[in-house]
Design a protein around this ligand. Sequence first.
Ligand code: FAD
Length: 417
Amino acid sequence: MHIAIIGAGIAGVTTAYELAQDGHAVTVFERHGSVAEEASFANAGVVAPGFTAPWRASHWLRRFWGRQRAALRLTWPLSSEDLAWLRRQRRASFADTRAINQAAMQRLATYSRARLHQVAGQLDYTFDRVEGLLILLRTERERERAQPTLVRLRDAGAPCREVDADEARRIEPALHPATPLAGAIQVPDAEAGNCRQFAVIVRDAAQQLGAQFVFNAAVALNPAQPASLWIAGQDAPYSFDAVVLCAGVAAGELLAPLGIRLPLAAVYGYSLSASVAEPVLAPRAVVLDRDIAITCLGRRVRVAGLAEIGGGGRDDAGGVLKLPEWAEQRLYRALTDWFPAAASLTNGVQIWRGARPMLPDGPPALGASGAPGLWLNIGHGAYGWSMACGAARIIADQIAGRASDIDLHGLGVERFR
Ligand SMILES: Cc1cc2nc3c(=O)[nH]c(=O)nc-3n(C[C@H](O)[C@H](O)[C@H](O)COP(=O)(O)OP(=O)(O)OC[C@H]3O[C@@H](n4cnc5c(N)ncnc54)[C@H](O)[C@@H]3O)c2cc1C
């Protein structure tokens, strides 16, 4: 089959690789000049299947509203779609619904990590990665509040243990001794990797299998004819045997002319990446401090996290960006509180804002779209890197008419009809 893929983020690139491995002729269309230029550019890189769960915006708002360390910011203007999304998100937070969605996400993330390791083993190059996750608990109150996380990890079968502050400092010897610490949760089988670097390597492997990448090519779905695309600047649409939509936050707009309405929101996050100044004073694994991940990936320390909805969709991902003050304070504070001498912050700090493509109930939308020949691999939210390799294999199996390796209940688009 000749299959078109829209989008060369981590979802599109891994899908191209899996489809090319199955022997299909693959063409990837990307509106930017390279792979992983949007949400897959400088994310935290954490892969921790047991930790994967739907977000609870309403819960966060209640907990942190108005406080300096707000975990979720609502920035005006908020669109009516943003507000509707928040309402749907709240409804999906009720315990029974949330449990079903969490199980679906963890199945996919667990499968995906195994596939990530398989794919990584097939590649010619390696990428920066570290093993292990330490969730810091600054106060006794945080320790108490973390108990559900511990239960979630144990229920998911993830090896994990609660450790006291002394043990946490033995696991991460560079943790600043002056910053108070009540304890931590250690998750040894979690990991972090450089998502963009992996995307570049996988693109190379997909190209070796015959996949073609067409950059600087914005495309639109053609409602008049199944599995065909309008390519910007061309006079006629191009037809394919199938199209896989991997367009991140832009997927909603692309689907609307086909009458497919998905409640996809852009939940913005931020990261800063700086050169390692002193390797022994940098984190050994991923350190999580109040939803901010601090990682040493290769020669860079990356601090990433935060969540913001609204703000009028400023399109500055990947470009030069000034951090909003609240985000700057939180990212720099996490780094200087825990690893004050790890990174060189005087120059060359890369600031990034990315939009997580998020559906209100948590899981992505994978599989047949309902429109002939159009497949979806979108809406992975805060876990797109950890779910990419598994989601891509699932799409390839579905297109081939093969049964998937995992139960796909709760991952399809039909839940929004
Ligand atoms: C701060 C932050 C931290 C994160 N941390 C983690 C983490 O620790 N672990 C994890 O698993 N995930 C994490 N994520 C989430 C993860 O980064 C995303 O879920 C993932 O990158 C989404 O990948 P994607 O390929 O779906 O989207 P994208 O990477 O955004 O790719 C979509 C692509 O489609 C292209 N496109 C769109 N429309 C068109 C069109 N019309 N024509 C051509 N091309 C088009 C875009 O240009 C883009 O390149 C984080 C995200 C953020 C913001």
